[in-house]
Design a protein around this ligand. Sequence first.
Ligand code: RP5
Length: 187
Amino acid sequence: MVKRIGKVKKGAFSSQTPLVSVAMGSDSDLAVMEEAAKVLEQFGLPYEFYLTSAHRSPARTASYARDAAARGIKVIIVGAGAAAHLAGVIASETLLPVIGVPIDATALQGLDALLATVQMPGGIPVAAMAIGKAGAKNAALLAVRILSLQDAGLRSSLQDYIENMAREVERKHDQIIRKETPKKRTL
Ligand code: RP5
């Protein structure tokens, strides 16, 4: 069960139609891409998962990307590993912002996917995140930032999220200090 952040304010994005599409090239990417879903759920943003492969199902990939905006999708997050061309291919078939998450799927530990995602030739942008779970989490947070441009409630939830993170650092600091008793320090 995903815990929602403090105040999720319903704004223009309170519909149940998915606003964010989380695409991935293989079911083997799902464990990583679930990190994006967790964040979207925290913010109360409707999303969908979509499995499609740039090389195994090119026609499905093209029609998914072409139809996404008409279905109400505002941002597409794409997880892909190996020769990770899925995000670039999707970006070439839509005007929506596309955020790529390189997946660690091969002996190169995600470096292959990172370079494939980040090195888009000029003209078709893909926002490249970090490899793996941190990248999936940040992809969702970037989607939240994009959507919050037009939704004050979402912007306020984002502000709360950021402030909670800062408070968490202070809480963990206090925890460490409490464990470090003066007795231990003198030993
Ligand atoms: C990519 O190849 C997928 O995104 C996945 O990360 C990787 C391996 O896919 P599987 O062989 O596990 O289906 O297309």
